[in-house]
Each structure stands twice: as C-alpha cells, then as structure tokens.
Design a binder for this molecule. Structure first.
Ligand SMILES: [Zn+2]
Length: 195
C-alpha cells in the first residue's frame, strides 16, 4: 500500500516533469515558426485505411517535436484553402496522379499533393518489415518523406555514417542501403526551400 502511494507520487512527478519539458519545447517552436502550412486530409479512390486514423496520425506526426517542426514549420489542418493536400490514395490513383513520376508501388508527391499509398499505409514495405520496424514508424516515415518533397527536398542516397540513421529523404521504402530505419528528418535536413 505504502509503496503504491510512493510509486504513484513518483509517477506524478515524472508526468509533471514531462509536461513541463513538453511546454518548454512547445514555447521554443511556437517562437521559431517561420512557415505555416495549411493542409487538408482526403482520400482518393477506394482505400482500406480509415480516414480518421489517417487524419490523426498525420496531425500527430506534424505536431511531433522530432519532425519538420524543427525546421520552423507549423502545420494547420483546414477544411478549405489548403496549400497542401495530404491524401490517402488507392495505389492506382497514386500512379495516375503523374504516371511518369509516380508508381502504384510507392507514395508520391506531385505539386500540392502528398499522396500516401494505401497499400504501403496498411502493410508498410518489405524493407521495414524485414527489420520488424513498427507500422506506426513506417507511417511517420512516409508522411515525413512526402512532406519533405513538398518542403523542397530531393532524394538522398546514403547515410552520413555507416549503419547510421537513414535521412528522411532516403527512399527507405525501396531499401535502407545499409542505414538504420528512421522516421524523422536528420539535423542536416532541417531546411525548407521554395515555399
Ligand atoms: Zn521520395
């Protein structure tokens, strides 16, 4: 009973410390916002993924302090007037959006569209599944990767150190090229151009 009370008190202290750290980080990023990107959420074609879950994961990924927020980007979901359309798309619809650029096997960014391939959303990729990386991390990675293209980034083909974290702009879905899976932009990737 006594130890229960003590551990409850400790848990409360830890929770308070975490909340304070979070508030400090929030204050830091709110102060350093340089770009506000209004985005909306939709589906295209027949999809297996749940749109409300998709909406929630995109919002959480965009609000995460490990993400593009560190490059001074704040994302706001809107119902109309979006600059960026984040779309859960049937694989054929991904390819149809730009047949020369996009493939039905992958997700793709075309102009204002970040098309997340429904098949990858539901099943991740062979490269991630071979390493038992969670579907949650695959989803964060693919959202951050396609959003990175929208922010002006092209592809990166290798990691900075042997077996180091893969840059978010490495095509992790097609293979990790000896890097470790990583769903977040690296410090060297925290820039935005052309917005
Ligand atoms: Zn890409």
């Amino acid at each position: 009973m006594f130890s229960g009370i003590v551990s409850l008190a400790v848990a409360k202290e830890v929770a308070t410390a975490q909340l304070e750290a979070q508030q400090l980080a929030d204050a830091h990023y709110v102060k350093n916002v340089q770009y506000v990107i209004r985005y909306d959420i939709s589906t295209r074609g027949e999809v297996k993924g749940d749109i409300e879950e998709f909406r929630r994961v995109v919002a959480e990924t965009y609000a995460d302090h490990r993400g593009w927020m560190r490059a001074g980007v704040k994302f706001e979901e809107v119902e109309s007037g979006a600059q960026l359309h984040v779309i859960l798309a049937n694989p054929a619809e991904v390819e149809a959006a730009s047949p020369w650029v996009c493939s039905s096997k992958l997700s793709c960014q075309v102009g204002q569209l970040a098309l997340i391939n429904d098949d990858r959303w539901m099943n991740a990729s062979d490269s991630y599944n071979a390493l038992n990386v969670s579907l949650a991390d695959y989803r964060r990675m693919v959202i951050n990767h396609e959003t990175g293209h929208y922010l002006g980034h092209g592809h990166i083909v290798s990691c900075e150190t042997e077996a180091g974290l893969a840059p978010i702009m490495l095509q992790q879905s097609t293979g990790l090229r000896g890097c470790s899976p990583n769903p977040w932009p690296l410090p060297s990737e925290l820039w935005v151009s052309g917005l």
